[in-house]
Design a protein around this ligand. Sequence first.
Ligand code: GLU
Length: 543
Amino acid sequence: MDFEKLAARLFPKEYPALEWYEERYPLRALEKGAEVTRLAPSPTGFIHLGNLFVAIANERIAHESGGVLYLRIEDTDLKRKVDGAVEAVIAALKYFDIQFDEGAEIGGSDAYAPWYQRQRAEIYHAYVKELVRRGRAYPCFCTEEELAALREVQTANKEITGYYGKYAKWRDAREEEVYAALDAGKPYVIRLRSMGDPAHKFTFHDEIKGDVTVTENDQDVVILKSDGIPTYHFAHAVDDHLMRTTLVIRGEEWLASLPIHLELFDTLGFRRPKYGHNCSLMKMDGASKRKLSKRKDPELSLSFYRQEGYHPYAVKVYMLTLLNSDFEEWHLKFPEKPLTEFKFRISKMSKSGALFDLDKLNDISKTELSRLSAEEMLAFLKEWAMEFGTEEEKGYFADEGYLLKALTLCMGIGGKKRRKDFITAKQAMEELRYFFAAPARRDEYRVDGETRAAILSEFLSSYSAADDAQVWFAKVKEVASKLGFAAEMRDYKADLAAYKGSVSDVAEVLRIATTGRANTPDLWTIMQILGEECVVARIKAAI
Ligand code: GLU
């Protein structure tokens, strides 16, 4: 076969010599040890926790080493492309404060652009043409039906399925056959002519998993599809080479294709990057662990965290907790330090599945939110509410001074210890509701209806918003004594049978009548914030 002639027939266009690309995209001028990492999402419209997990690792490793993190959009699969998906990826990663240095829509240096694979067709073609010229790639005219039939035969024979060795029909096709097919205008793909030996296993060092034993590739994989667009395998090799990626961190689902990628890098004469295959996120399902699933687990989608109003910082803290085993201890010791000061190490990443647990995230969220100032909390809630809140909730921001008072109380600011009442913006807005509207939910009273009404009327007869906390509480105790409740806990404990209950039962009635809730911050302060008119109206309504 005259490969030169075949290459010219398949790719009539003249491309620059490959050296030109090497010069056009030179090695990056970075310090020794600086890592160039990337995030390479497909614009399918679904950005998940796994993307964020890998993004945080890439970002930390790049920036801690003085390197670069860039964003490449892998849009080779048109069938999966969704409008607005690129914007959605960028918005989601920005929300979680992932700092890219360059890439699609990032605005940094364009020295290694274009960043959309569809705009790089000519580059791929130049490299494929060269492989055809060297006899390392060839056209294959098999139809879908032929390939399906082949798979059936192989399955029946209990053989490995695919296009390889004796099954690679067009690998050594005669020149006349190839040209006849081309002349007939048959559609074709371009395949790699693999030189691998499946009997040969070798050890590969993965930066996360350590040494892994893999088998050489012998599949003549498709590198260019019939529409002239490369497959992931080929685009990965060309792009990560020309964009001068030094470290590829990606999901472990790609580990199985690693031998293909290594063969491609070697065949193309590219220096291999380092690889780190990141473990999948798992969750407990009953007593067993399983991978987070798009279908079953809403928490896999990043939009879940925005809609629920998780603070992005808390999510990041949790991701780092899962990514590096000693992060949690470090953060506990230095809660005030910027997360960028933590020594993130790829060697500390988990080799097997990381267990994702929403309860743990909720705990972290409570702690992180409790560290905000009232003003920061307000800004966070406002951003969430304006996008996701109800009309009523948006109205909570009409008087920010009032809301700040409520937040200061609910967060325990100025008290002995910060309260941890808030988990997410959504839940916080529900918690705060009683400051703005009559309680929608009512916790159950411990005290019967008749006694309740008596307590509330008795309280109203002497209530004044001008009373300070001591006077107010003395009056509540009086109500208690008058109606057969112990005014002092110790009296109650000493003789349970002598009382209907204690002052705490009385306070609970007032609390539920005013706020709808059995558990709230200090009731006197709540009443001060609500104001006399409102308190009286609510208590009357409860009676
Ligand atoms: N486009 C691939 C994906 O979304 C990227 C894998 C990689 O990082 O190389 O899974």
